[in-house]
Design a protein around this ligand. Structure first.
Ligand code: SF4
Ligand code: SF4
Length: 379
């Protein structure tokens, strides 16, 4: 199908009152100081953590090699962030995405530069994220180009976008192309989901999941994988992934007749709107202490920055999506940031990964990666 949706038409649809639930507004629209990544970094650095073993320094926590030994390997996952536009404004969003972020959308030229760079790597998977990546007018073109190259494509989907009129055919579009759909659903109970993502989100998410099930997703077919992503609601570490998967499967099946293939549980990253909530609720110090105290060295080898390249909507390169949101650009060529047009996978392999205090969000407890828990701590 040819992509015919232009950004003005998309804006019109997602800004209608019934398009998505808006429990808050973006930091950017409120001119909050935290809209600036440097203020987020300052806020994290300002937390007093000197009494903890690593002193709250991620490189110290990494051990004797520190950041010198914290390097990236071969690129297996090519992650493309198509922009910050979203039909929702969830309270925990680490992107500060929302309906007002329509200017930050990847152009066709940058999409083509990503494809050219992808061809120079051995990456087997292309991970599409946003905002709501589906809202980018180049989304379907990009999916088709990646599928034509034999790549496994992941779409990180907020579910409610599938109920917007222009996107209602996406479940079939995905099924035809064997796209893995990775969906956010904080809880299988209405109250917890709506608390994080806005009133009415749960109902819409259930309807979207029913449509995905009708298109063959979530029924054990390896070509129609439906994955749910769960974040804790509050300043807590995520629970045990395996037992949550069992509980979610039972709950969604019993209450709504919905099935899915796997569940991944992630810690909330202390950046953007979740950072704002931590500050406003007086939880920032306690949450950072929790993350730092729960540092688990067994997670380090499996962190996503070790096999992922993350490209921003404007063509800059990062070690992961979180660094992207903090504008900590990847150092593929020493201290020189590189754009996707000039990307060379050789120097990128072995590059030193850029770190900060937010990294403790990935290494706490069982760890958090784009594939979920890194280290099974259930036994
Ligand atoms: S968390 Fe996801 S769905 Fe919610 S505002 Fe952010 S990008 Fe959109
Ligand atoms: S935030 Fe996580 S994935 Fe990103 S560089 Fe730090 S440890 Fe790696």
């Amino acid at each position: 199908m040819t992509e015919t949706h232009s950004l003005p038409l998309i804006r019109e649809e997602i800004q209608r009152p019934d398009a998505g639930s808006r429990p808050t507004t973006t930091l950017r629209s409120r001119h909050s100081p935290l809209a600036e990544p440097r203020h987020q970094i300052e806020s994290l650095e300002g937390v007093s953590l000197g009494h903890l073993p690593s002193g709250g320094n991620f490189d110290t926590a990494l051990g004797a090699d520190g950041s010198e030994g914290f390097t990236a390997g071969q690129i297996e996952i090519f992650q493309i962030n198509l922009g910050k536009l979203c039909n929702m404004t969830c309270r925990h969003c680490h992107v500060d995405a929302g309906p007002d972020r329509w200017r930050e959308a990847m152009s066709r030229e940058t999409v083509d530069a990503c494809l050219a760079a992808l061809d120079r790597t051995e990456a087997h998977t292309v991970d599409l994220t946003g905002g709501a990546p589906e809202l980018n007018p180049n989304f379907r073109y990009l999916v088709d180009q990646c599928v034509a190259r034999g790549k496994h494509v992941i779409d990180r989907c907020n579910l409610t976008v599938l109920l917007l009129q222009r996107y209602s055919d996406l479940p079939e579009f995905f099924a035809e192309r064997k796209v893995e759909v990775v969906c956010s659903l904080p809880h299988y109970r209405r109250r917890n989901t709506d608390a994080q993502r806005g009133d009415g989100t749960f109902e819409k998410s259930i309807t979207a999941l029913e449509r995905l099930n009708e298109s063959g997703y979530g029924k054990g077919d390896p070509e129609r994988i439906l994955t749910l992503v769960v974040n804790p609601v509050g300043a807590l570490l995520t629970g045990d992934q395996c037992s949550m998967e069992r509980e979610w499967k039972r709950g969604l099946d019993r209450n709504h007749g919905i099935s899915f293939d796997r569940l991944i549980s992630l810690n909330n990253m202390p950046i953007a709107r979740f950072l704002e909530w931590l500050e406003d609720s007086g939880n920032l110090e306690g949450y950072m202490e929790l993350l730092v105290s729960a540092f688990n060295p067994a997670t380090v080898q499996g962190l996503m920055c070790r096999n992922t390249l993350s490209v921003s909507w404007d063509g800059r390169i990062f070690d992961c999506d979180f660094n992207q949101m903090l504008e900590l650009e990847s150092r593929c060529l020493g201290d020189q940031p590189v754009r996707i047009e000039g990307f060379d996978p050789l120097p990128a392999m072995g590059r030193k990964i850029v770190t900060g205090r937010h990294c403790f969000g990935c290494t706490a407890g069982a760890g958090s990666s784009c594939g979920g828990a890194i280290h099974d701590t259930s036994d």
